[in-house]
Design a protein around this ligand. Structure first.
Ligand code: GA4
Length: 343
């Protein structure tokens, strides 16, 4: 069931509303599960899954590869960059001037692309690409399981239509590994501190808790995001009424986020979750995100079941390639779906 978090995981927002992140136990009975997945997607666009079938060893191997990569020198890491379209990025997010307090690897999930990229990323490219491919295969299965539950819970006729897109060989899904260094940066190794002071000042002004913005507020453009982090906090999600909820980290479990494309596919019944990462810790946070996307030429329109004469489509049809192009022409936090709304 969508269980509220235990008291230790509850947070009090400024408006003193006690809230918890919905948690879904995947070992529960299937018919109940799909109902609860839909409820969590409607209420938060976000939930945690426990009792999933991704092996710990698969997660640990990718985490090790991430650690090994980020511990390299700046010039070694830059050999894998720039991140546009894929590779290593440091502080710059996207092409329009967004900045974060992080470094990252952004990869396409196509195995050929991974094997090519591995050569500039790792000392042992085969070991790296095996760890990445195994992780992708495992989280893809988890994604598909969740999407099948979504369609089951929405009583959609072809309940595999979304998971088919993700399994498609031409799927445009991505993998991202983010590393947020600790806030106290003086003397931080392997982290280029030029331009940092101005950036830190700007972050502090925008944030009265004196936290640094690791990754600014945004929603993910894709269908679904599956996120896993080490045991370091920082992730916050926004509720529909604009309250920020800190999400306690849980290295053994996964967090699921509704993306913009799923908002359109459900004709606005689900709303993509706005989230951000604040770095306020003395430990580095490492997170891994699988962004589940359809093939580039796929048309994103509401599922037929979600459109009725009383509930017409809210969005003009567009391909995934068109949506990506729009996303990359805007800033990180922009409401990019507005461009496709039917007035
Ligand atoms: C957010 C989700 C994924 O991390 C990402 C990001 C992408 C990037 O970092 O290059 C974007 C961002 C994300 C949304 C708007 C555009 C594109 C940066 C940016 C300003 C890889 C993605 O697909 O969209």
């Amino acid at each position: 069931m969508v269980a509220p978090c235990p008291t230790s995981m509850m947070v009090r927002t400024k408006k003193t509303k006690a809230m918890g992140v919905p948690t879904i136990d995947l070992s529960m009975e299937r018919s109940k599960l799909s109902e609860l997945v839909v409820k969590a997607c409607e209420e938060y666009g976000f939930f945690k899954v426990v009792n999933h079938s991704v092996q710990k060893e698969v997660i640990a191997r990718l985490e090790e590869e991430g650690k090994e990569f980020f511990s390299k020198t700046s010039s070694e890491k830059r050999q894998a960059g720039p991140a546009n379209p894929f590779g290593y990025g440091c502080r710059n997010i996207g092409p329009n001037g967004d900045m974060g307090h992080l470094e990252y690897l952004l990869l396409h999930t196509n195995p050929l692309s991974i094997s090519e990229r591995s050569k500039t990323i790792a000392n042992d490219p085969t070991k790296f690409s095996c760890a990445v491919n195994d992780y992708i295969e495992a989280v893809k299965e988890l994604t598909c399981e969740v999407l099948d539950m979504v369609e089951e819970g929405l009583w959609v006729q072809d309940k595999f239509s979304l998971s088919k897109l993700i399994r498609d060989v031409h799927s445009d899904s991505l993998l991202r590994i983010n590393q947020y260094p600790p806030v106290s940066l003086k003397g931080t190794k392997n982290w280029d501190t030029s331009k940092l002071e101005a950036h830190q000042l700007q972050s502090q002004n925008n944030n009265n808790n004196n936290n640094n913005i690791g990754f600014g507020e945004h929603s993910d453009p894709q269908i679904l995001t599956i996120m896993r982090s080490n045991n370091v906090d920082g992730l916050q999600i926004s509720t529909h009424d604009g309250l920020w909820i800190p999400v306690p980290p849980d290295p053994n479990e996964f967090f699921v986020m509704v993306g913009d494309a799923l908002q359109v596919l459900t004709n606005g019944r689900f709303v993509s979750v706005r989230h951000r990462v604040l770095t306020n810790t003395t430990k580095a946070r490492m997170s891994m995100m699988y962004f589940a996307a359809p093939p580039l030429n796929w048309w994103i329109t509401p599922l037929p079941k979600m459109v009725t004469p009383h509930n017409p489509s809210l969005y003009k049809p567009f391909t995934w390639a068109q949506y990506k192009q729009a996303a990359y022409s805007l800033r990180l936090g922009d409401a990019r779906l507005d461009l496709f709304k039917i007035q």
